[in-house]
Design a protein. Structure first.
Length: 680
């Protein structure tokens, strides 16, 4: 059968009809809506953003170190934690960076120590198999630097084997290119905590268990190991970016500094550096209401507070705030996620439902989610934000519920777009003028977005870019890439350009010159990054398929016609990647070296991204669009949802994420948009 004949056959109506599929999908999304907590208006959407066991292990160790009423962990909670370790363990006994990856020495080592701290015997298969796997993969000595630090903090690794992260670096003038203030904010605050704890050589005592663990992890050779010889050793399973030669030389020089107490003023300088770092940690704890920008730095903050004073007044609040990162269910137990995607998910679900030709049955859900977005927009500036080099936050939305007050450019852009689209259909959903966000609040969001635009026209995430990409030469993380400074992210730029274009369409006279300039510069960056084959490289999703969806959205929102060369080339790329069953599927390994890798199976989220892009460039009745919709219909379950499939998100090149709502909201959006365009 010819390709044309196959396309015509696939384009025939399928059962159930598109309208039936859309209705079931929207009904499923409505069932997923959650009521807001007490004191917050409305309701929201959020599904788990799955990562790995690392934070759970660090959480367990932190609870053990802080002790008091927080230890031991109650038996019911302990069993749920153990359930998660059992569910996520790989068949070979290791734990991975993500659900589809291979074992990591780092994750496996932390899991092993946490399990033993929780009372799991050394001969239990969970521990025995992990110990065997570690020995077969270079041993604990080759754990990456973050693992060396955590082990040293519980007396299971020699501090001389930890490459220095001295707190004095935070005393450098801001003008010094390697000052941490120039780092990406997540990286900056992680290394703020690391520098403080390293500078104090904070070490907790695990008692008799510590002796047992030293014997188990090192085959009884702990006292004879030259840990310093392993400073630059990283297990092959974990290594993504080998520390550069300049960084290794700097570490060697810092080791000499650390071993030279005779350096004039060194002791006083260390004390001043520690005081400076601790002051910044206290500020971040207060500003983020204990949560930290993420639990990775939040747990380090808790340990820093504890190291200074086990009764520090901020410690109970910070420890309690760690519970905000918890997820729990019967299937996978208790785990701690790296971020919450509340505002992000809510905006996308709203946009998916609002794309439908009829909103009947969804009015209440949309009004509640609108109220939730209105309640979570940043309406107060951080006190003394200049002290901590924080950019203005007024008008922004966070990735999460906003409690930690770290708003993001594209989250703000998607929330603003969802709100504007609600305004367009206010009468249908019953949104009264009294409930609408004021024009002043909308302008605050626009101002927030504009403040994140870089000189090259692209948009950063939390902040404008502060440092050069040359900072990647001093990336000390080993496991992650592209993590040292803010960038002009293609997807963030697309979301911001799209939101600004939609705002301009509805408010053509408001800040017109600034908005026009921002859109034009953003479009120039998007166009400049399109590859010769018509695709774009992503950063926050897997990978080319995710980026092409966002870029097409931005170009169309800004008024590009279907004949625009960038759009026609994008369509050609998507048509060339469509699978025989009409779907699209991209493997997570596309993110490791930015080369497209096809997934063996069509993925619902990726099929939806591709279909949403093509429906704007081609036509809702085009055979390729119809085949994509038919694939989504075949994948859809009877309850309107889609099956759990492969990883769809990523950060820092290697940390794959499973956004569990993507599989439902984007296919719903594809159905809705196609249904609307078919009727028009």
């Amino acid at each position: 059968m010819s390709l044309e004949a196959r396309e015509q056959r696939a384009a025939r109506p399928v059962s159930p009809s598109l309208s039936d599929s859309l209705e079931r999908a929207v009904a499923h999304l409505r069932r997923l809506q959650r009521p807001a907590p007490a004191g917050v208006a409305g309701a929201y959407w959020e599904a788990e953003m799955v990562w790995n066991s690392m934070i759970l292990s660090q959480y367990v160790l932190t609870r053990r170190i802080v002790g008091g009423a927080r230890w031991p962990i109650p038996s019911a909670e302990r069993e749920q934690i153990l359930r998660h370790y059992r569910v996520t363990r790989r068949p070979d006994g290791s734990w991975a960076m993500h659900g589809e990856g291979g074992g990591y020495v780092y994750m496996t080592t932390l899991a092993y120590v946490a399990l033993r701290v929780l009372g799991v015997p050394a001969d239990d298969p969970l521990c025995a198999d992990a110990r065997r796997w570690l020995r077969d993969h270079g041993g604990v000595e080759q754990v990456p630097s973050w693992g060396k630090l955590w082990l040293a903090m519980v007396g299971l690794y020699g501090w001389e084997g930890v490459n220095p992260i001295p707190p004095e670096v935070f005393l450098l003038p801001d003008s010094v290119p390697i000052h941490p203030n120039n780092f990406y904010c997540h990286t900056r605050y992680i290394y703020l905590g690391i520098a403080y704890l390293y500078g104090r050589r904070f070490t907790a005592d695990l008692g008799a268990l510590g002796d047992e663990l030293r014997r188990e992890l090192y085959d009884g050779k702990f006292d004879r190991i030259d840990f310093a010889a392993y400073r630059h050793e990283i297990a092959a399973t974990d290594l993504y970016v080998r520390p550069s030669r300049p960084l290794r030389l700097a570490w060697d020089a810092l080791v000499a500094y650390e071993r030279a107490p005779w350096v004039p003023g060194r002791k006083a300088l260390r004390a001043r550096a520690l005081d400076h770092c601790f002051s910044r940690i206290e500020y971040e704890v207060a500003a983020s209401r204990g949560q930290g920008i993420s639990p990775v730095n939040g747990l380090l903050n808790c340990l820093a507070l504890f190291s200074v004073n086990p009764n520090h007044p901020a410690l109970p609040m910070a420890m309690d705030a760690m519970e905000s990162w918890k997820w729990e269910d019967d299937a996978e137990g208790i785990r701690y996620c790296g971020a919450h995607s509340t505002a992000w998910d809510t905006a996308f679900v709203m946009r998916a439902i609002l794309a439908a030709p009829s909103l009947s049955g969804s009015e209440e859900a949309l009004c509640k989610s609108y109220a939730w977005l209105a309640a979570t927009q940043m309406q107060e500036e951080l006190p003394e934000r200049e002290r901590e080099r924080r950019d203005p936050i007024l008008g922004g939305w966070c990735f999460s519920d906003g409690v930690h007050r770290w708003p993001v450019s594209d989250c703000t852009a998607e929330a603003l777009t969802a709100i504007l689209e609600c305004h367009d259909r206010a009468a249908e959903i019953g949104l009264s003028s009294n409930d609408r966000l004021s024009d002043a609040r909308l302008l605050q969001a626009v101002e927030f977005i504009l403040r994140r635009q870089n000189d090259d026209g692209g948009f950063g995430s939390y902040e404008r870019r502060r440092g050069s990409v040359l900072l990647e030469w001093v990336n000390p993380s080993e496991m992650y890439g592209n993590c040292m400074t803010e960038r002009s992210y293609t997807e963030c730029t697309a979301s911001c350009v799209g939101a600004l274009a939609r705002f301009r369409k509805r408010y053509p006279e408001v800040e017109r010159a600034r908005v026009d300039e921002a859109i034009e510069k953003g479009l120039q960056l998007i166009r400049s990054r399109q590859l010769d084959d018509g695709s774009w490289v992503g950063f926050w999703g897997v990978n080319f398929t995710y980026a092409i969806f966002h870029c097409v959205e931005a170009l169309v929102a800004a008024g590009a016609p279907r004949t625009d060369p960038a759009l026609t080339r994008a369509a050609a790329w998507l048509l060339g990647k469509q699978k025989a069953d009409g779907g699209w599927g991209e493997h997570y390994t596309s993110c490791l070296n930015d080369t497209y890798v096809e997934h063996p199976e069509s993925q619902a989220a990726m099929t939806a991204w591709a279909t949403l892009a093509l429906v704007e460039i081609l036509d809702a009745r085009h055979p390729a669009v119809q085949r994509g919709l038919a694939c989504l219909q075949r994948l859809q379950r009877g309850d309107g949802a889609w099956p759990q499939q492969s990883q769809s998100g990523v950060f820092f090149s290697t940390a794959m994420l499973d956004y569990r709502l993507y599989k439902d909201d984007f296919p719903t959006w594809a159905f809705a948009r196609a249904a609307t365009l078919t009727r028009s």
